[in-house]
Design a protein around this ligand. Structure first.
Ligand SMILES: *[C@@H]1O[C@H](CO)[C@@H](O)[C@H](O)[C@H]1NC(C)=O
Ligand SMILES: *[C@@H]1O[C@H](CO)[C@@H](O)[C@H](O)[C@H]1NC(C)=O
Ligand SMILES: *[C@@H]1O[C@H](CO)[C@@H](O)[C@H](O)[C@H]1NC(C)=O
Ligand SMILES: *[C@@H]1O[C@H](CO)[C@@H](O)[C@H](O)[C@H]1NC(C)=O
Ligand SMILES: *[C@@H]1O[C@H](CO)[C@@H](O)[C@H](O)[C@H]1NC(C)=O
Ligand SMILES: *[C@@H]1O[C@H](CO)[C@@H](O)[C@H](O)[C@H]1NC(C)=O
Ligand SMILES: *[C@@H]1O[C@H](CO)[C@@H](O)[C@H](O)[C@H]1NC(C)=O
Ligand SMILES: *[C@@H]1O[C@H](CO)[C@@H](O)[C@H](O)[C@H]1NC(C)=O
Ligand SMILES: *[C@@H]1O[C@H](CO)[C@@H](O)[C@H](O)[C@H]1NC(C)=O
Ligand SMILES: *[C@@H]1O[C@H](CO)[C@@H](O)[C@H](O)[C@H]1NC(C)=O
Ligand SMILES: *[C@@H]1O[C@H](CO)[C@@H](O)[C@H](O)[C@H]1NC(C)=O
Ligand SMILES: *[C@@H]1O[C@H](CO)[C@@H](O)[C@H](O)[C@H]1NC(C)=O
Length: 792
């Protein structure tokens, strides 16, 4: 019998597996322990008098609101005939009671001790209260006890351990308190013991009390305290080489403290070791990696320090490694790439440093990955940054190259360096070398005028690209040293526009900031104020901005703009040395670009959502064009933010109005994919250049492709146009949309037609925002109603 169990290769990773295990086991126990295979429903013999009386008492003490026990009627003749619900007999003796999910209340009668042949008691998923009768311990044949998901209280009767045949006990999710009787885990045939989700206290049973047959021990979510027993595995030496069966040990959510004992490494059959949410300290003993069969190792939310466990690359079966929320430090070893079965890897909230090993890229089954809030540095391996969003990487001061971070500097990433800030102090010194170069160039300029013009242009562009943070790292303080005195002679000036925010210059300048992106206009930061409020801060390139006076005039105009689909400008700050900051609302869902192109593989963006976004952007742009008489000037999908309900909000509008040399900026700003073809010649942003950019965003939504992804030499509009021309229109749409049954083809086609109209090479041919809005409303009238209801 032990052998049979041993051969059952059951992996209790998922709830489904657990359930399967549970049923297989029940079946197993019943069949194996039934002397005659005929015992299915009963053999027609009248039940013994003592059993009959016991059942009557049991019924009396249970509360049966749904009449589940109505069939428990009549004489002893019928009891074992199969007509009594949940009763199985052999030769007039009750061997099993099986009444789960019956809404039973009340309590379990101690008369149950009279059912001497009882092998299985299954009353799980009811509302039974009271205590577990100690008379259960006097049932010599009891093999399975399933009382989980009830309201049993009191302590576990020590007598239970006297039932020498017990194999499976599940008392989980009750209100049991007190200590675990040592005899219980030592019951000679015990296979599975689940006491999780109770109020049990005292110490965890030491190995000396564990039966060698114990395979699953679940003690999570209790109030156990004391040291993690140091004796597990230790008693093995006394008993020769006989190994423990223990395959799963889960003690999460208790109050264990002390170190993880080295002896744990002797539990050679362990597949699941879960000790999360305790107070365990010290280091992770390397013996843990002797457990070659480990599939789940969860040590999260403890006080462990020291390094990543050495030799873990040997754990070929490991699918979950969770070390989150400890104090682990040192580097993540590149051999982590040998964890070929890994699915979940969480190292967040530790002190790990150094780079993220590139070897992680090769772990194809890795679907959940988190290294946020460590001290990691360098560039995120590209395939990882593509697969996982910023949630996986944030909170690492010197990590770059993931969605939402700043792009990595082109020279190899610098691991050390001063923390950057929205207004770095060392800025000028860094530039002085370049300034000297400039002077040198200047003398050359005089000689070779034409050539030098080109050179100056290049230099300005180059500086623009590396200006703000020196490209070193994505996070830091908004400003370390700033004047406190807003009105003082050297002080800066903070102007708040209407909105819920109230903050001071100090609040703003001491906020922690994380780079979100850069453009020729400046750098965007996500800043977290002292009180936790998050805002977006745009720091304009100082040298390119207009004079303070003009800047203020234009900014005040932008600060008045309010529309559901326009990200409100909440404040601006004018620093003593001419620093210029704009403060916008922060939306946690991020930009449309990352929403579309950097989402997790399984996330689907359905047609309705895409239409809603299109419509929203259109409304916002229409508002800017017609009500505010403002041209956006640089619309891309990274300038559109989404709120929790996927309402789009246009950001970065009118920035060209704040810049001295807007013509140059207008033609270079943004990704080239959104730039209207006439811009390089006209050098002027117009409503029609905005409409072109919007058309590209619509195509992005329709095709699911970023605009840079058009094939060789052609941009997205050209690619779509050529596909349509070749009558391959169906291949244009995002595959996801084609699979979505709720999508209507007409709507998609009409939207595509409209988008192509917007990206017409000739500006005159493009419609105005108001017309586009009307056409969109015609394409999907339902959405109009929804949108107006939603905004009402
Ligand atoms: C029970 O069965 C016995 C014979 O097996 C019979 O004599 C007796 O009348 C039955 N009692 C009832 C109440 O049916
Ligand atoms: C267990 O059984 C032994 C004898 O078989 C008895 O002496 C002991 O009291 C029992 N323990 C409990 C807790 O019932
Ligand atoms: C123990 O019980 C809990 C709660 O019912 C369940 O989630 C868990 O899977 C069980 N574990 C084992 C090993 O049976
Ligand atoms: C948990 O155990 C401690 C003693 O170890 C006790 O003071 C505390 O009341 C217990 N908490 C609960 C909820 O039972
Ligand atoms: C126990 O294991 C050791 C090494 O693992 C081995 O040398 C020894 O022969 C084994 N003893 C028995 C009785 O199997
Ligand atoms: C672990 O914590 C205990 C107190 O709970 C402390 O005495 C001990 O020094 C700590 N050990 C390590 C290695 O941190
Ligand atoms: C872990 O923490 C303890 C207590 O703070 C300290 O004594 C020990 O040196 C630390 N170990 C490592 C490897 O950092
Ligand atoms: C881990 O992978 C490296 C190469 O990436 C290899 O040299 C090493 O032997 C592997 N280790 C194990 C235990 O497989
Ligand atoms: C990381 O280490 C620093 C000191 O080096 C310490 O102050 C900080 O608390 C540590 N953080 C964690 C999460 O252990
Ligand atoms: C990845 O998962 C698939 C499906 O579960 C499995 O067939 C495959 O063996 C796994 N790959 C590795 C390297 O473990
Ligand atoms: C990933 O695997 C490929 C082929 O299996 C290998 O050539 C490449 O070196 C691996 N990359 C890393 C970073 O281990
Ligand atoms: C990242 O992805 C996860 C799931 O894939 C999602 O729950 C989370 O909200 C995403 N975070 C951001 C910032 O997009």
């Amino acid at each position: 019998m032990g052998n049979q169990h041993h051969r059952l290769k059951i992996k209790p990773t998922s709830k489904l597996h657990q359930l399967a295990l549970f049923f297989i086991l029940c079946f197993h126990i019943f069949i194996l322990s039934t002397p005659s295979a005929t015992g299915q429903q009963g053999d027609g013999m009248p039940v013994s008098l003592s059993n009959f009386q016991a059942l009557q008492s049991i019924r009396l003490e249970l509360i049966d609101p749904r009449g589940a026990l109505q069939t428990w009627e009549g004489s002893r003749n019928g009891t074992c005939s199969g007509s009594w619900a949940g009763i199985k007999c052999i030769k007039g003796q009750v061997v099993a009671i099986h009444l789960p999910f019956k809404s039973l209340g009340g309590s379990i009668s101690s008369k149950i001790g009279m059912l001497k042949e009882l092998r299985r008691l299954s009353l799980h998923d009811n509302l039974i209260g009271g205590t577990i009768p100690s008379s259960l311990g006097s049932l010599p044949n009891l093999r399975g006890l399933y009382l989980f998901n009830n309201r049993l209280s009191g302590s576990i009767p020590p007598s239970l351990g006297n039932s020498s045949q017990l194999q499976s006990i599940d008392l989980s999710n009750n209100l049991l308190s007190g200590f675990v009787p040592p005899s219980l885990a030592g019951s000679p045939r015990i296979y599975r013991l689940n006491l999780s989700f109770n109020l049990l206290s005292g110490s965890v049973p030491p190995s000396s009390s564990l039966s060698p047959s114990l395979t699953f021990l679940a003690l999570e979510h209790n109030n156990f305290s004391g040291l993690v027993p140091d004796t597990w595995g230790a008693s093995l030496s006394k008993e020769g080489n006989r190994s423990y069966q223990l395959r799963s040990l889960t003690i999460d959510y208790n109050s264990l403290f002390g170190n993880i004992p080295h002896s744990l490494g002797k539990l050679g059959n362990l597949e699941v070791l879960s000790l999360s949410h305790n107070k365990i300290n010290g280091t992770i003993p390397e013996e843990i990696t002797d457990l070659l069969g480990l599939r789940v190792l969860d040590l999260s939310s403890n006080d462990l320090n020291g390094s990543f466990p050495k030799g873990s690359d040997r754990l070929k079966h490991l699918s979950t490694l969770n070390l989150k929320d400890n104090h682990l430090s040192g580097s993540i070893p590149p051999t982590i790439g040998n964890l070929s079965s890994i699915i979940l890897l969480d190292l967040s909230l530790n002190n790990f440093s150094g780079p993220i090993p590139a070897s992680l890229e090769n772990l194809s089954n890795l679907t959940s990955f988190n290294v946020s809030y460590n001290k990691l540095s360098g560039k995120v391996p590209p395939r990882l940054s593509k697969k996982f969003n910023s949630t996986s990487f944030v909170g690492n001061l010197q990590l770059c190259g993931f969605s939402g971070s700043n792009p990595c500097p082109s020279p190899p990433p610098v691991a050390q360096g001063p923390s950057p800030s929205i207004m770095p102090k060392k800025h000028n010194r860094k530039l002085s070398v370049k300034d000297k170069l400039l002077i040198l160039m200047g003398s050359l300029l005089a000689i070779l005028l034409l050539l030098s013009c080109v050179l100056v242009y290049c230099l300005i562009r180059k500086r623009a690209a590396s200006n703000d943070t020196n490209g070193k790292s994505p996070r830091g303080e908004v400003a370390a040293a700033a004047s406190r005195d807003e009105a003082g002679p050297d002080g800066g000036k903070l102007v708040l526009f209407d909105g819920a925010f109230v903050f001071t210059t100090d609040d703003l300048l001491s906020a922690t900031a994380e780079t979100m992106g850069k453009s020729p206009y400046g750098t965007m930061y996500k800043a977290t104020l002292e009180d936790g409020t998050k805002v977006v801060v745009k720091r304009l390139r100082e040298k390119l901005a207009k004079s303070p006076k003009e800047f203020e005039k234009e900014t005040v105009a932008l600060g008045r703009i309010r529309h559901t689909n326009v990200l409100p400008l909440r404040a601006y700050y004018l620093g003593p040395k001419g620093e210029k900051l704009l403060v916008f609302d922060y939306l946690s869902k991020g930009t449309l670009s990352s929403f579309l192109h950097a989402r997790a593989p399984e996330t689907i963006v359905d047609w309705a959502v895409r239409m809603k976004i299109t419509m929203g952007i259109m409304r916002g742009l229409n508002h800017l064009h017609t009500r505010e008489n403002l041209v956006h000037g640089n619309l891309t999908s990274t300038d559109v933010y989404l709120d929790e309900q996927n309402n789009p909000k246009i950001a970065n509008y009118g920035l060209h109005r704040l810049m001295a040399d807007s013509a140059e900026l207008v033609t270079t700003a943004g990704s080239s994919g959104y730039r209207a073809p006439e811009l390089p010649t006209t050098k002027q942003a117009t409503t029609k250049t905005d409409i072109y950019s919007l058309g590209v965003i619509m195509l992005e939504l329709l095709t699911g492709k970023p605009p840079s992804e058009g094939s060789e030499g052609s941009d997205l509009p050209q690619w779509v146009a050529s596909m349509v021309k070749d009558e391959r229109t169906n291949e244009v749409f995002d595959l996801e949309l084609m699979r979505d049954v709720s999508t209507t083809g007409d709507e998609m086609l009409n939207t595509l037609k409209l988008a192509l109209h917007l990206v017409d090479p000739s500006p005159e041919a493009r419609p105005e925002a108001q017309q586009v809005l009307e056409q969109l409303e015609e394409i999907n009238p339902k959405l109009v109603a929804e949108a107006t209801e939603g905004s009402a």
